[in-house]
Design a protein. Structure first.
Length: 224
């Protein structure tokens, strides 16, 4: 007897659970139906407006477009749907690439801006402007024949510059300029006695000898 009552209670509990489940499903379905009705109620004015607008637009182009043209266009769009979908996927991939590259590009632009600002503060751009002015003067001051001759003699010019810029030559010129500046500030005695006295200095005689030798070489080249 107890077993039968227990079995009956289990069946009643199972039936109660099924009824509760069915009730919940009915409530869910009722809520979904109400939501659909509300959605349709909200969309109907929009659909009517869209239909009215489409009708007006079609009436405007009715003289230029025939229904068969629209159908043919729709068919082409339907056939091109895979390609359009692929194009959209590529555009999405391009957007993802831009999302990755944009921060890197922004950082590179910021670093380039800092580098340009540093160069500007150090005076590189001012020097470049001055260099352009020098180049402009050179270009406007030389003729085509001058440029041709410069090209023919560029090797000789570079060799001469190379020899003149040797350390010993540059040191000699620098020392000569320094001593000349110092001697120009000192008083000068141009009397014969003073000149004869200076001739006793071996350095003076060596300088005169070198000067005479250079003058001889210059005279020989000029004579040739």
């Amino acid at each position: 007897m107890d077993a039968a009552i227990a079995e009956l209670n289990q069946k009643i509990d199972a039936l109660t659970a099924q009824v509760q489940y069915l009730t919940e499903q009915a409530q869910v379905a009722e809520r979904a139906r109400r939501q659909r009705e509300e959605l349709m109620h909200d969309l109907m004015p929009v659909a009517h407006s869209a239909m009215r607008l489409a009708t007006e637009q079609l009436q405007e182009i009715e003289a230029y477009v025939q229904p068969e043209d629209l159908i043919r266009l729709l068919k082409k769009l339907a056939r091109a749907a895979p390609m359009l979908e692929q194009l959209l996927d590529q555009l999405q991939g391009l957007k993802d690439l831009l999302d990755v590259v944009t921060p890197m590009t922004r950082d590179m632009f910021h670093k380039a801006e800092q580098a340009l600002d540093t160069l500007d503060r150090k005076g590189y751009f001012t020097f470049a402007q001055g260099g352009m002015h020098i180049v402009d003067n050179i270009v406007t001051s030389f003729t085509e024949e001058d440029v041709r001759q410069l090209g023919d003699n560029i090797v000789l010019i570079l060799r001469t510059v190379k020899e003149m810029t040797q350390p010993e030559v540059m040191n000699f010129l620098r020392n000569t300029v320094t001593l000349t500046e110092q001697e120009l500030e000192a008083p000068v005695d141009i009397s014969y006695r003073a000149l004869i006295s200076q001739m006793r200095d071996p350095n003076v005689r060596r300088g005169l000898a070198l000067t005479m030798r250079m003058l001889s070489s210059i005279g020989a080249q000029a004579g040739g």
